[in-house]
Design a protein around this ligand. Structure first.
Ligand code: PHE
Length: 337
């Protein structure tokens, strides 16, 4: 029996010494309930009382040795696996990093900042006003009383009967004159709203830039001079401007202002649709009623105001024919600017 036990031990250990052995199979084969060691122990009953403790002890030692070998083998296998994993997952810190995509300014933001720079260079400062506005500032104080037909062309979104989303940046003129006395020289860029359906040239949300100058002795000549300087800085040195008579309730006289086409110089081309001129803004001398409403005496002070659509400037400058491109946030389009 002793030989049998030693033989089991030798066989088990020799099997376990093979790197590719199946440890669990060996455990079952020798130590399992139906294993070889168990079979030997079952035969213990036939031993003499003297032999029994000797063989019992030897059997225990054999079991302990095999168990120890199995435990070691399992631990080694785990270690080897971990090492393999670490090696295969190691990070090469000297590899170049994946490139970060640099963001860039939206063309609307870019042009707005360009406009701001030009007017700041001409001595203007920036004023702000709310997008949610009172009817009073958006219309009444701008000489557009209730039921005035000019309201039709600037239909907007109403929060209540007298609170609305501003349809133009002109209310900032009034807000500025209420708190600041002449000399005044401000621009005010920002969002405006109108209840227009979306198409290639309309959007219910767009951007304007307002300008206002009020002082003693300000004339239409000053308005022309400032706008000409602006047009030349924005569209090029040789740009000319042209005033066409128009009507705005809050300016008198009023004009629509065109710039000579920067693409063809005025001969007529695709950019200006054969006209030679491109309309870019509305302007005029501040109406005496507007000044009076802000406690500024129109017999002492005079001023001019102008307002331009920033989308229109962007589309003109970059020859974009569909306004929706400016709002869709398609990076294939935006990455061109
Ligand atoms: N607010 C006018 C518009 O939206 C533009 C404008 C501004 C005209 C200032 C004259 C003076 O059409």
């Amino acid at each position: 029996m002793k030989e049998k036990l030693l033989e089991i031990k030798a066989k088990a250990l020799s099997l376990l010494s093979d790197d590719n052995c199946d440890v669990e199979d060996i455990r079952i084969k020798y130590l399992g309930k139906k294993g070889e060691l168990t079979a030997v122990l079952r035969g213990m009953g036939q031993l003499t009382p003297e032999e029994r403790p000797v063989i019992g002890q030897l059997a225990n030692e054999v079991r302990a040795d095999i168990e120890k070998a199995i435990t070691e083998k399992k631990a080694n296998a785990e270690k080897a696996m971990l090492e393999k994993k670490l090696r295969s997952e190691k990070i090469d810190v000297t590899m170049p990093a994946s490139a970060l995509k640099a963001g860039r300014l939206h063309p609307l933001t870019k042009v707005q900042r360009e406009l701001e720079d030009i007017f700041i260079g001409l001595g203007f400062s920036i004023a702000e006003g709310p997008e949610v506005e009172y009817d009073y500032y958006n219309f009444q104080a701008l000489n557009i009383p209730e039921n005035h037909p000019a309201r039709d062309t600037q239909d907007t979104f109403y929060i209540t009967n007298n609170i609305l989303l501003r349809s133009q940046t002109s209310p900032v003129q009034v807000r500025t004159m209420e708190v600041q006395k002449p000399p005044i020289r401000i621009i005010s860029p920002g969002r405006v709203y109108r209840s227009d359906a979306v198409d290639a040239t309309h959007s219910p949300l767009f951007h304007q830039l307002e300008g206002l100058v009020v002082d003693k002795g300000v004339t239409m000549g000053d308005l022309k001079g400032i706008l000409e300087l602006f047009a030349q800085r924005m569209f090029g040195e040789n740009t000319k401007i042209r005033f066409r008579p128009h009507h705005f309730p809050f300016t008198e006289p009023s004009a629509e202002v065109d710039v000579s086409c920067f693409a063809c110089g005025g001969k007529g081309c695709r950019v200006c649709k054969g006209e030679g001129w491109i309309e870019i803004l509305g302007a005029g001398m501040v109406h005496p009623n507007v000044l009076r409403g802000c406690d500024i005496d129109p017999d002492v002070y005079s001023g001019f105001a102008f307002g331009m659509g920033i989308e229109r400037i962007v589309m003109t400058k970059y020859n974009i024919d569909d306004m929706r491109l400016l709002y869709e946030n398609d990076t294939r389009f935006l990455s061109q600017f």
